[in-house]
Ligand binder design. Structure first.
Ligand code: BGC
Length: 720
């Protein structure tokens, strides 16, 4: 442990302020004439660079070690720099995108993948990851839904906490572990019309009940840092939003976490028209508790002046600097400034056969079988397979924001199938492109020919991996280009066809769903995507993913989500049918989604036999035991995510038509019957009321299992 107080005392004000800046690695690698441009752009002098406290966007261990060594040689205080980066779904060995991880409903599996990523990333020089992203999402047009676990606040919070614990491991001072940063606080996923960086306008109860809980769960899990979001929330950009940063984060949650702005978000306060100069931007952000400024230079340029003018005291700067130094100390950087990283360790840790095996299993666990008219699994005895479509032999399926993952290291569907059934002949035909403006059908003939000659067809469709992720919103969320037409032609040629789709968001694939007998959604599955697809198609693995985000029938239904309120003029009186709670139908597509939250098929046949409650009325200090009996009425071993839902029938605020309150992923042997237990406690029934409090109200609740669109065994429970 370093004597940080003593260290702080010996630092000049410039040195202290430097600790509050974070910049891209290129500023520290380039030199001479090459650096003048980037430096001017960042508004920095070469002198400023000497004191900078942390770095992002570097390449590998070699680069980190070089920068750190050079820095320590010139820094009179010998304060190591801290190296931060986004490890979103793997470092070099890539596992499925977070939206797919949500569909696994398996926090242990997510933790296992995260541990693997942590080891690879730490060996390569990363000390802090900007993970987890727990933005709650309801609009598939937004490209960053791929980074979220979906439309369920409980699931998002549990997945966020699992990642934090897994990255931190047995302590962030240990070389294999990383410190974490929860983002983007708050409600970045509520961007109007799904346009990235767009305005967010949300009522307090919607924020409190749906958008904020996952960030709070991450604070409770002991996250090391927090990143405010880019967006305006109810009129004020997050980094300058005192309601959010002071009242909620500090006062209510008591969170004393190190805060870092998002990339240039302090600079963007000018674009938002909240201030008209960088000095005021720095003032607002610092005043709202933003300790580190990422990539803009308001602090380095103006904090000193703001102290001299008496706006801030040096003690306030000391407090912020201390938090940065504390993180470095907790990471053990004063003892080992490289945190165990080295080029040799990186080479040994990355892309090992064990890591590949793990992400292969994960990709299969996250995939969702959306439709199956009995055609899947295919027999392994087939002689001739036609793999058709733009994703048939396409390596670009690892997904957006895949750190150092490389397309060329990713297994394609064709390669996966060839390895799975080595005696079969496998041909791959692209048929058409995957871009929205790829309208050329000249490849159809070859595709149709191949389909006719094959025993089975695997139709590989989807959107390109850079159609989701930051800045990549879509106004049309069907399959781009002429992929639907290709599917129709191929089906006419050979009905033994199953579609496999690759996507970073729910797609409105209504047309495809009417064309093919089976659809397997792989999302963006990562490095072993093609192997996992083959495992599922030929029955080596049994699909078990369930949607964590609703698939709409048409883009016009967005935002669409299962936990919505009832209107005064529902379409159907049945309480157990979501989406009928809406008043008028959309002409043409109605209100129902294509595939609801919770939907996902299996090769097993799970029969929900019974749900019992230990009592039908309870008081706030009692607990109710729920028992759900499920039978795997098939000869296939499989996993089922058992979900528990509640509905508050009468309350002083309108309540969602369904809310998930607990879940568990359970494995069943063929023919096995199991009883799963859950406990209901009064806090699970609370909501944000008009007096600005979380409360439960006595009265009748419905308790059900199944999944949102297919609730079963609804029982009544009274809270006394
Ligand atoms: C993103 C963040 C990310 C940061 C640093 C920003 O553009 O919004 O999610 O952590 O860049 O890479």
């Amino acid at each position: 442990m370093k004597d940080l107080k003593k260290l702080l005392e010996q630092m000049t004000l410039e040195e202290k302020i430097g600790q509050l800046g974070q910049y891209n690695a290129n500023l520290f690698i380039q030199s001479g004439a090459d650096i003048t441009g980037p430096l001017t752009q960042a508004g920095l002098s070469e002198e400023d660079l000497k004191h900078v406290g942390s770095i992002l966007n570097f390449k590998n261990a070699e680069e980190v070690c070089t920068i750190q060594k050079r820095h320590l040689e010139q820094d009179r205080n010998k304060i190591p720099m801290c190296f931060m980066m986004d490890v979103i779904h793997g470092y070099r060995t890539i596992y499925p995108i977070p939206l797919a991880l949500g569909c696994s409903f398996d926090t242990d599996m997510v933790a296992e993948c995260t541990r693997m990523a942590s080891k690879e990333a730490a060996a390569s020089g990363i000390q802090v990851t900007f993970t987890p992203m727990v933005d709650y999402v309801r609009d598939a047009r937004w490209g960053r839904v791929m980074e979220s676990c979906g439309e369920e606040p409980l699931l998002n919070g549990l997945m966020g906490a699992a990642q934090i614990k897994a990255f931190q491991g047995d302590g962030i001072d240990k070389p294999d572990n990383l410190a974490t940063c929860v983002k983007h606080f708050a409600a970045y996923g509520g961007a109007e019309a799904g346009r990235d960086y767009n305005t967010v306008e949300l009522s307090e109860h919607t924020l409190r009940e749906f958008y904020l809980p996952a960030y709070k769960a991450c604070i409770d899990a002991g996250v090391d840092m927090l990143m405010p979001s880019f967006n305006v929330l109810n009129g004020v950009p997050a980094v300058a939003n005192s309601w959010l940063m002071k009242k909620i984060l500090k006062e209510e949650w008591g969170a004393d976490v190190l805060v870092i702005s998002d990339y240039n978000a302090v600079g963007e306060l000018l674009k938002h028209g909240i201030v008209d100069n960088m000095k005021d931007a720095a003032k607002l952000a610092f005043d709202n508790g933003c300790h580190i400024e990422m990539c803009s230079s308001g602090y380095i340029k103006y904090l000193k002046e703001l102290i001299e003018e008496g706006v801030f005291t040096e003690a306030q700067v000391d407090e912020a600097v201390m938090k940065v130094l504390e993180l470095k100390d907790r990471l053990g950087l004063f003892e080992d400034p490289y945190h165990g990283a080295s080029p040799e360790k990186e080479a040994a840790a990355c892309l090992t056969p064990e890591n590949r095996a793990l992400v292969r299993k994960a990709a299969a666990e996250c995939a969702v079988l959306l439709k199956n008219d009995g055609i899947l699994p295919f027999s392994e005895d087939v002689k001739k397979v036609a793999v058709i479509g733009p994703f048939a032999d396409n390596h670009a399926i690892k997904g957006f924001w895949a750190c150092q993952g490389r397309d060329e290291e990713t297994v394609t569907v064709k390669e996966g199938i060839e390895a799975a059934i080595p005696n079969a002949e496998v041909v791959a035909i692209k048929g058409c492109g995957d871009q929205w403006d790829d309208l050329d059908k000249s490849g159809f003939d070859r595709a149709v020919m191949a389909a006719k000659e094959a025993d089975i067809v695997v139709l590989c469709l989807g959107e390109p991996q850079n159609y989701s992720g930051e800045g990549n919103s879509r106004g049309d969320i069907d399959l781009p280009g002429v992929q639907n037409e290709l599917a129709e032609e191929v089906m006419k040629a050979n009905p033994n066809t199953a579609a496999v789709i690759f996507t970073g968001r729910p797609l409105a694939i209504t047309r495809l769903s009417k064309t093919v007998p089976a659809i397997l959604n792989m999302w963006f599955p990562g490095t072993e995507g093609g192997s996992a697809a083959a495992d599922l198609l030929f029955g080596k693995m049994n699909p078990s993913g369930k949607l964590s985000m609703t698939f709409p029938q048409a883009v016009g239904q967005c935002p669409i989500y299962y936990n919505h309120l009832m209107t005064g003029r529902p379409k159907a009186p049945e309480m157990d049918l979501i989406h009928k709670g809406y008043a008028s139908n959309y002409i043409g597509c109605g209100n129902l989604p294509l595939y609801s939250f919770g939907h996902g098929l299996s090769y097993s046949n799970f029969v929900y036999e019974d749900l019992t409650l230990s009592q039908d009325a309870f008081t706030a200090d009692e607990k109710v035991t729920v028992k759900i009996t499920i039978h795997n009425d098939s000869d296939v071993k499989g996993k089922e995510t058992v979900m528990l839902y509640m509905r508050d029938l009468v309350a002083s605020n309108a309540r969602p038509i369904q809310q998930l309150i607990a879940f568990e992923k359970v494995e069943f042997e063929a023919g096995e019957r199991k009883t799963i237990e859950f406990t209901i406690e009064e806090p699970m029934l609370r909501f944000w009321n008009n007096e600005h409090k979380f409360v439960s109200e006595p009265g009748l609740f419905h308790i059900s299992t199944g999944y949102a669109d297919h609730l079963v065994h609804t029982k009544e429970l009274v809270l006394k």
